[in-house]
Design a protein around this ligand. Structure first.
Ligand code: GLU
Length: 495
């Protein structure tokens, strides 16, 4: 029998998401249980949004959770490179083959034409998608345009009608009408592949046998299956896991729930409790025991027992589970050790010490002024935000604007943060002291603390986001209508 090979294929375009860890966990359990290999591949074909910082954070987060891979960009392996940006030639060669065999074609349509097409299709209430305009160009014309280096993309051909049957190992046959499937761009005008092409080519070349991924990819499966067919390759087994959800059953989003793995690490969850909880999202032990280690999960794993119900990611339940781990699984000795490692992590300590050294005379002063760095969400109330010049409403505005603005920061560095906040205060026509007051309360729980900008830099984006959100809730929250108004005010500032 061929060896089972699974993979996790994150795009390094933001904070490491708990959804990535959840999918990685199931891929890892399946591979381990089958005596196979689990691969990590970085899908960084989106050059604008992908960053090395995000890639590093994803690797670190998965390592923290002990979701260890056998092959990857950091480890190498027989099927590398494992970073798509280093595989451009492979994709070019494959797309050329598709064009030569008449399965894909160059498309020279301009952005304006495509926008106009979309607008018309919306107006006529017809299925949006490419209309095949460039398919009517004759061969000579195409060659001339190519020779003249006219900007173009490569699109794949898809059947105009009929149905595609996607077989999902857990869901059975899923029928999707071909007319709903667009003539997908496979290669962009910059010569880089899109997700669909790179993903199929790599899964094949890396000999992936089972693709276990989120259910949001079901609609992409027809294109992928068609590509396998065009290339004459056997497709891997497809398994689409149910998406993690917010309490209101919408797709888990950072607006409603912390989604960054780093947040859970900084809040002081145990990695095994987080993994256990992610396991519970799609799996239960045969004996119904809710507390299980990843080894137990691997030993008992049966992919056919994965449940397809939309699992709600509920942090209260996670807290409860984590509490059980602390009480039932850690001896006092282990608690001491794990707590020490978490609280006095050298990398963070190196950042904190210079900030507090100037402000203390005794070691016994330290806890009072540095406790907030590690204390999760500060215990604050509406009264803490009382200020002569800044109303609660204004505070909400400041905090919400910052929460939005930090998402645009390309790197998390104190000088960048300072520039951003200074610029915002100016645009909002507020004195920097007044502007920063609610920020101090949100981040440190008090207005007397180390520089709030330094503090933000130390606690990181995920914890900053969580504290800002918490403070906004404490201040009374934002209604749907209020959010609309805030958004338009924010936009008019042009940050
Ligand atoms: N790069 C895709 C993602 O970010 C991978 C999806 C897949 O597993 O095919 O989720």
């Amino acid at each position: 029998m061929t060896q089972v090979r699974t993979r996790i294929a994150p795009s390094p375009t933001g904070d490491p998401h708990v959804g990535t860890a959840y999918i990685a966990l199931f891929n890892m359990c399946f591979a381990r249980q089958m005596g196979g290999k689990f691969i990590l591949r970085i899908e960084d074909t989106d050059q604008v949004r992908s960053t090395r910082e995000s890639e590093q954070d994803i690797l670190d987060s998965l390592r923290w959770l002990h979701l260890d891979w056998d092959e990857g960009p950091d480890k190498g392996g027989d099927f590398g490179p494992y970073r798509q940006s280093e595989r451009s030639d492979i994709y070019k060669e494959h797309v050329n083959k598709l064009v030569a065999e008449g399965h894909a074609f160059p498309c020279f349509c301009t952005e304006e034409r495509l926008t106009e097409l979309r607008r018309k299709q919306q107006e006529e209430k017809i299925q949006p998608g490419y209309d095949g305009h460039c398919l009517s160009l004759d061969e000579k014309n195409v060659q001339q345009r190519l020779a003249a280096n006219l900007p173009h993309v490569i699109r794949m051909l898809v059947p105009a009608d009929g149905k595609c049957v996607v077989n999902d190992m857990l869901r059975g046959d899923i029928e999707i009408d071909w007319h709903q499937i667009d003539m997908q761009v496979l290669m962009k005008s910059d010569g880089l592949p899109t997700y669909h092409l790179a993903n199929v080519v790599d899964d094949h070349l890396m000999q992936i046998t089972h693709v276990i991924r989120g259910e949001e990819w079901i609609t992409s499966a027809p294109k992928h299956l068609k590509l396998y067919e065009y290339f004459g390759w056997e497709p891997p087994v497809l398994i689409h896991m149910p998406l993690l959800r917010n309490a209101d059953r919408s797709k888990l989003s950072k607006r409603k729930n912390p989604t960054s793995i780093g947040y859970y690490q900084k809040m002081g969850y145990l990695s095994e409790a987080v993994v256990n909880y992610l396991g519970m999202m799609g799996w239960s032990m045969p004996d119904g025991e809710e507390l299980f280690l990843v080894e137990d999960m691997i030993a008992n794993f049966d992919i056919n027992r994965v449940s397809l119900g939309g699992p709600v990611f509920d942090t209260e339940k996670l807290d409860w589970l984590n509490g059980r781990y602390l009480r039932e699984k850690l001896s006092d000795e282990e608690f001491m050790q794990r707590f020490g490692e978490w609280a006095f992590d050298p990398a963070t300590m190196h950042q904190i010490i210079p900030l507090i050294k100037q402000r203390v005379e005794l070691f016994s002063d330290v806890a009072a002024i540095a406790g907030f760095f590690i204390s999760g969400l500060p215990k604050i109330s509406l009264a803490d935000f009382e200020h002569k010049k800044v109303s609660a409403e204004e505070s909400i505005k400041i905090l919400q604007f910052i929460a939005w603005a930090i998402e645009t920061l390309p790197e998390w560095h104190r000088d960048r943060i300072e520039m951003l906040l200074m610029g915002m205060a100016e645009k909002m026509e507020l004195k920097i002291r007044d502007f920063l007051f609610p920020v101090f309360i949100a981040i440190a729980g008090t207005s007397v603390s180390t520089s709030v900008i330094d503090s933000i830099a130390v606690i990181g984006k995920d914890m900053t986001r969580a504290r800002l959100r918490h403070a906004i809730e404490v201040l009374g929250g934002v209604s749907k209508k209020g959010a609309k108004r805030l958004e338009s005010d924010y936009r008019s500032l042009g940050i």
